[in-house]
Design a protein around this ligand. Structure first.
Ligand code: 6PG
Length: 477
């Protein structure tokens, strides 16, 4: 073979294929490889005219088709698949060659892989790539980690295919080992918070403002012209103006309101907890997705937890009494959440923990001993599979009785600039749990728009995807 490739891509699902095409469109010769050859063939048949591709059926031929030092981009599902590809390719490579993981890997995995491959003289570059499939093809934002030497050789190619602002590439060497994937993880955490805030804004405009999704689409369109101008606001307007062809209803109303997640937002919060950094906005967004996805708990709470009474907004006469109510209700939420966590862990790890027994042994001696632990014990005695303490008669009554005062206290804290994150977040949790519809449906729409992550419909089984970039028709996924 005379001509060698400057870069190779293995893993030719849509992201890998689009990255390969992007390199080729920029005049680079691209070696392409996939576990099953069909995808490789398809890529060359469909897009071969866009540039120069060297397809290979075997890993050996693929490696042999690359110029040295070899640059191999891995674009497979993060986790075990990445380790499998590394194990397959590392023995075929020579010192100085580079393996580039462009998936959403956990930065700790990247650090481990980088250290192991360094011992073999290989560079491992964990790189964040953001922008979804369209970005991968037309110019993503790229966040490479790894050694400075690897960036010297790889950087110019990545900068070449990245998005540009005023001619400046959206790609820079972030730092050594896992730094690139760490920054991509935080990017995604911020993405979660941004999407949650937009979803809340939509929900307020709809529920409190009485606007239709189409009207809110116009509002977002207007906002997109101003200081809020951003991709997420732009696509929110697109999602909100979409009408479901089958039912004639707003698209956002036919999407199941359970926001899914692949894990990067959760990792951001886990890391923040380790670092002691209060990423409360990101954490609320991750928890809001988890709450929306908790179908069993939501079903148990549906129609049971009361909403605000008509006089909820009226000023409270007695601050002391109001604060006592807010404290009691928020405390119940904290216990309900903690007990739910114990139940979830018990199910996950097969521990068979009796939650009522935990309440019993916490009644005295421990720091959180409290009178109402008796009621928790009784609640689980009555129903060992209680989904949430909030629907037990005693707690339900307590929270319903407290909620007007609770709302007044949260409103007062906000009005007077007194930080009350515990009260406010507990109340938001309560309202989230009792909501018939959550704006998580909009988040699902956004995810489908930018990442083809699919959604479920309220009126039939299956997974669906709207072809947002084309005719906007819906296909089964
Ligand atoms: C990006 C996105 C991308 C992906 C996320 C979605 O930057 O292009 O963040 O990486 O769409 O993984 O995350 P969830 O599936 O967790 O919502």
């Amino acid at each position: 073979m005379t001509q060698k490739a400057q870069i190779g891509v293995t893993g030719l699902a849509v992201m890998g294929r689009n990255l390969a095409r992007n390199f080729a469109r920029h005049g680079h010769t691209v070696a392409v490889h996939n576990r099953s050859y069909g995808r490789t063939k398809e890529l060359v048949e469909e897009f071969g005219h866009e540039g120069t591709f060297i397809p290979s059926e075997s890993a050996e031929d693929f490696v042999a088709s690359l110029e040295r030092p070899r640059r191999v981009v891995i674009m497979v599902k993060a986790g075990k698949a990445t380790d499998a590809v590394i194990d397959e390719f590392a023995p075929l490579l020579e010192p100085g060659d580079m393996l580039i993981d462009a998936g959403n890997a956990h930065f700790a995995d990247t650090r481990r892989r980088e250290a192991a491959l360094k011992e073999r003289g290989l560079h491992f570059v964990g790189t964040g790539v953001s922008g979804g499939e369209e970005g991968a093809l037309h110019g993503p934002s790229i966040m490479p980690g790894g050694s400075p030497e690897s960036y010297e050789s790889l950087g110019p190619l990545l900068e070449d295919i990245s998005a540009k602002v005023d001619g400046e590439p959206c790609c820079v060497h972030v730092g050594p080992d896992g730094a690139g994937h760490f920054v991509k993880m935080v990017h995604n955490g911020i993405e979660y918070a941004d999407m949650q805030l937009i979803a809340e804004a939509y929900d307020l405009l709809r529920q409190a403002g009485g606007h239709s999704p189409a009207e809110i689409a116009e509002i977002f369109k207007g906002w997109n012209e101003g200081r809020l101008g951003s991709y997420l606001i732009e696509i929110t307007a697109e999602v909100l103006k979409q009408v479901d062809a089958e039912s004639g209803k707003p698209f956002v109303d036919i999407v199941v309101d359970r926001a899914e997640q692949k894990g990067t937002g959760r990792w951001t919060v886990q890391s923040a907890l380790d670092l002691g950094v209060p990423v409360s906005g990101i954490a609320e967004a991750v928890f809001a997705r988890a709450l929306s996805g908790g179908a069993d708990v939501r079903a148990a709470a549906a129609g049971k937890l009361p909403g605000p009474s008509a006089t909820a907004g009226a000023g409270g006469a007695d601050l002391q009494a109001d604060v006592e109510q807010a404290l009691f209700a928020s405390k119940i939420v904290a216990y309900a959440q903690g007990f739910q966590q114990i139940q979830a862990a018990s199910a996950e790890y097969g521990w068979q923990i009796d939650p009522g027994a935990m309440a019993k042994i916490w009644r005295a001696g421990c720091i959180i001993r409290a009178k109402f632990l008796d009621y928790i014990k009784q609640a689980y005695d009555k129903d060992a599979n209680l989904q949430t303490l909030l629907v037990d008669d005693y707690f339900l009554e307590a929270v319903s009785g407290a909620q007007d005062a609770w709302r007044r206290v949260v409103a007062l804290a906000a009005a007077q600039g007194i930080p009350a994150p515990g009260f406010a977040s507990a109340l938001a949790y309560y309202d989230g749990l009792r909501a018939e519809r959550l704006p998580a449906a909009l988040i699902q729409g956004q995810r489908d728009f930018f990442g083809a992550h699919t959604y479920q419909r309220v009126d039939k089984d299956g997974s669906f995807h709207t072809m947002w970039g084309a005719e906007r028709n819906e296909v089964s996924a």
